[in-house]
Design a protein around this ligand. Structure first.
Ligand code: 5CA
Length: 443
């Protein structure tokens, strides 16, 4: 993508309505545009990030054995009357009427709908276990939408729903999702800590919140340093194997993790001093085991192995996909702007031409841009700053937008066949030949 032709609007001034870094940066870097309170349009840069975050979530759900579907945003009130949540949900639910005066709503979550769909097809214990998920916009009429996409009214959520024959099966499904979550957040360059949590209006008796660590997070957390060190991508845990899931769950729940309110000084003292960490965090995911709460209410039964009807055990598993974009910025920024982790960056590489119009510089920069642009693996991931702008303005924009690799081409370097390669996250700068710069980015 050539910046001279792109719609990537940035703001010079710091927007006054934004109270936190990610909200400020998302507005300044032109990721989103608020269209009404708590409702946002995603501009090209933000949309690219949102899709990358969504794709990582999708790959890890699939890997854990969940299957993707897509349910609608609009639901009928009747479904929610069956579970008793239509009245109970209160003013957070956006209620609508169609032209026939039928009561509808914009879905805040989908337990009722998925149970109703599953009920239409599942007949016997052989149809279990199953886990179905979708990634869809939700609406919750929050009293105080704030912090940009972190607490919106319309927001993108991944919600998965598991159906099992019995309680031990449901616990395995729950553990498989927990492992998937650890892998998901780590792939986005985040450090996540699961915390035993209250279940709230979703109901149930086993629940964890996933808090990602960010210095500007809202809640204080106490946690074991191993949460920073363990590599869940390389871990041998197999989400298809019950024994692996049990070992994983044992390992993860034996590591200390608590928020402010639940901090247990007895237990904290038992954590070796070198492994005690205190930090700030943001909730990005929440998982629940709630047994037969919805299957009972919605009349879901299947024939068990002995022919007798069984009410399946369920769980639901949410990730705030749009919130994650804000949370990733909270965890990765400085005064100059965003520092995207490579896996979610809108563009992995930026080629910055410092003297557009100079024949040697143009030719050299075009060669570098062309190299990545001609490669299907990189074509969508390279941006070329070919604007007729001052060098200072280009550097400032590149840092604000947070491109992980910035290949800077000036007239002197171009004449000598050299590129200045800057790593946004560390600030490291290297003076390299064109070939070495390419090799470095690709490694
Ligand atoms: N049905 C369950 C799990 S599928 C559920 O709705 N859980 S939840 O209420 O905890 O929401 C799941 C995730 O959505 C939260 O962890 C949070 O990351 C995100 N989320 C919730 N409310 C908002 C909001 N107003 N704005 C942005 N993200 C939100």
């Amino acid at each position: 993508m050539r910046l001279s032709r792109a719609f990537l609007p940035t703001l010079k001034e710091t927007p006054t309505e934004a109270q936190i870094a990610s909200h400020r940066l998302m507005l300044r870097a032109g990721l989103v545009r608020q269209t009404s309170a708590g409702i946002y349009a995603w501009l090209p840069l933000g949309w690219r990030v949102l899709r990358k975050v969504e794709q990582i979530v999708r790959e890890e759900q699939d890997r854990a054995g969940a299957q993707e579907i897509l349910m609608p945003t609009i639901q009928t009130a009747d479904l929610w009357r069956q579970s008793g949540r239509y009245e109970a949900y209160g003013p957070e639910m956006l209620r609508l009427k169609d032209r026939h005066e039928r009561e509808m709503l914009y879905g805040p979550t989908n337990e009722e709908m998925i149970t109703d769909i599953f009920k239409s097809y599942a007949k016997s214990y052989r149809d279990l276990p199953r886990n179905l998920y979708h990634i869809q916009w939700k609406f919750r009429d929050e009293v105080r939408p704030r912090f940009g996409v972190m607490r919106g009214r319309e927001f993108l959520m991944k919600d998965a729903y598991s159906f099992d024959l019995d309680q031990p099966g449901a616990v395995d499904s729950y553990r498989a999702m927990m492992l998937a979550y650890m892998r998901t957040f780590q792939r986005m360059g985040l450090r996540a800590v699961p915390m035993a949590a209250d279940t709230g209006p979703i109901g149930g008796d086993l629940s964890h919140e996933f808090i990602i660590l960010a210095p500007t997070g809202e809640s204080t957390v106490f946690y074991d340093a191993d949460f920073e060190n363990l590599d869940w991508q390389k871990s041998d845990f197999d989400s298809a194997k019950k024994a692996d899931l049990a070992t994983f769950y044992q390992q993860i729940t034996s590591m200390y993790a608590a928020t402010d309110e639940k901090h247990d000084l007895g237990a904290w003292a038992n954590v070796p001093e070198l492994r005690r960490r205190e930090g700030k965090g943001i909730e990005v995911g929440h998982i629940f085991y709630f047994g037969t709460k919805y299957s009972n209410a919605m009349g879901l039964t299947v024939a068990g192995p002995d022919g007798k009807p069984v009410v399946p055990e369920m769980g639901s598993y949410g990730i705030g996909v749009s919130r994650l974009v804000g949370a990733i910025i909270e965890a990765n920024h400085d005064d100059a702007g965003i520092k995207w982790p490579d896996t979610v960056a809108p563009f992995r590489v930026a080629v910055i031409n410092l003297k557009v119009g100079d024949t040697t510089t143009d030719a050299f920069a075009e060669r570098l841009y062309g190299h990545f642009h001609d490669d299907p693996m990189y074509r969508n991931d390279v941006v070329y700053d070919d604007r007729e702008e001052r060098a200072g303005a280009k550097f400032a924009d590149a840092d604000l937008l947070g491109h992980p690799w910035q290949a800077i081409v000036g007239p002197r370097g171009a004449a000598a066949g050299r590129v200045e390669l800057k790593r946004r996250a560390s600030g490291e700068r290297l003076d390299l030949s064109l070939e070495d710069a390419i090799a470095r980015i690709r490694s």
